[in-house]
Design a protein around this ligand. Structure first.
Ligand code: PGA
Length: 254
C-alpha cells in the first residue's frame, strides 16, 4: 500500500498568527489515526515556530521554498538547514509561483540537492504553462524533471515526491481543472522519465501527487480514477472543514 500525501500549501496565508494557530489545530485534528495518508502543512516561514513540531508520523511541517546559501550575510534568505531546525521535514521546490519569480530548472536542481543534504524530503513541482493537443507540453515536463533532478543519487530518490501541477489549473485565475484521466496519463509519462534517471524500480515507487484547484468535490476522482499518490492543495487547505473532508476521502481510497 502506498501512502497518500495530502499537502497543504498555505502560500502567504492566513494573515495573522492567531488564524494560523487555529487553522493548524483544525488540520492537526484530522491527522489522528490516519492509516493510509499523511498530512504535510506548509505555512509561511514566520509561522513555523508557532506549531508543535513533535507532530507525529501522520502530520509534518514543510517549507514552501528555500535558498541555497550557508548561514551568513544573506538578507532575506532561508536555507534548508534553518527549515529543518524550525521543524520542517519537507520542502516544496519548483512551485510555479516561485518559477515565475525567476527560478530556473538549474536553480531548482541546486535547491533539491541542498535540501536533501540538509535531511529534508523534497516535493518537486512540475507542470506545463499551456496544454496543447499534440503533446508538445510533455517536453516542458521532461526538461523540468531531467534538469531539476540532475545529478541526484539514486538512493536519494526515496526522499523525493513529485507534484504534477499544470500551471493553468492553479489558483483563483485557473480557467479549469485537470481531469483524473489526463493526470494518470501525465503521471505515467513522469514515471517514464524517472525510470530513465533512476531506474524502473525507483519510478514505480516514487509518489506522484496532483495539484491545481483541488477541492472536496474533485479529490476523489484524482485519488481513485487518477491513481494519484496524494494531492497538493492551495486555497482549499485554508478551509479546515473542506480539508478534513479531503483527508477522509484519501483514507477511504485503497
Ligand atoms: P490551488 O493551488 O489549490 O489554490 O489551485 C495549488 C498550488 O498552487 O499548489
Amino acid at each position: 500500500m502506498k501512502t497518500k500525501y495530502i499537502v497543504a500549501n498555505w502560500k502567504l496565508n492566513p494573515p495573522t498568527p492567531r488564524e494560523a494557530k487555529s487553522l493548524f489545530i483544525k488540520l492537526k485534528k484530522y491527522s489522528t489515526g490516519l492509516k493510509r495518508s499523511k498530512i504535510v502543512i506548509c505555512p509561511p516561514n514566520p509561522f513555523l515556530g508557532l506549531f508543535d513540531t513533535k507532530t507525529g508520523k501522520t502530520l509534518s511541517l514543510g517549507g514552501q521554498d528555500c535558498q541555497v546559501v550557508d548561514f551568513g550575510a544573506f538578507t532575506g534568505a532561508v536555507n534548508p538547514a534553518l527549515l529543518k531546525y524550525s521543524g520542517c521535514s519537507y520542502v516544496i521546490l519548483g512551485h510555479s509561483e516561485v518559477r515565475e519569480r525567476g527560478d530556473s530548472n538549474e536553480m531548482i536542481n541546486e535547491k533539491v540537492k541542498a535540501s536533501l543534504k540538509a535531511g529534508l524530503k523534497v516535493i518537486l513541482c512540475v507542470g506545463e504553462k499551456k496544454r496543447d493537443s499534440q503533446g508538445l507540453y510533455l517536453e516542458e515536463l521532461r526538461l523540468q524533471l531531467t534538469e531539476g533532478l540532475s545529478r541526484i543519487n539514486k538512493k536519494d530518490f526515496s526522499k523525493i515526491i513529485i507534484a504534477y501541477e499544470p500551471v493553468w489549473a492553479i489558483g483563483v485565475a485557473a480557467k479549469s481543472v485537470d481531469t483524473p484521466e489526463n493526470f494518470l496519463h501525465n503521471a505515467l509519462f513522469i514515471k517514464k522519465i524517472i525510470a530513465k534517471l533512476a531506474g524502473k524500480e525507483t519510478a514505480l515507487k516514487i509518489p506522484i501527487l496532483y495539484g491545481g484547484s483541488v477541492n472536496e468535490k474533485n479529490a476523489l476522482g484524482f485519488l481513485s480514477l487518477g491513481e494519484a499518490n496524494g494531492l497538493l492543495i492551495g486555497r482549499t487547505s485554508l478551509d479546515g472543514e473542506k480539508f478534513g473532508q479531503i483527508v477522509k476521502i484519501a483514507e477511504s481510497v485503497k
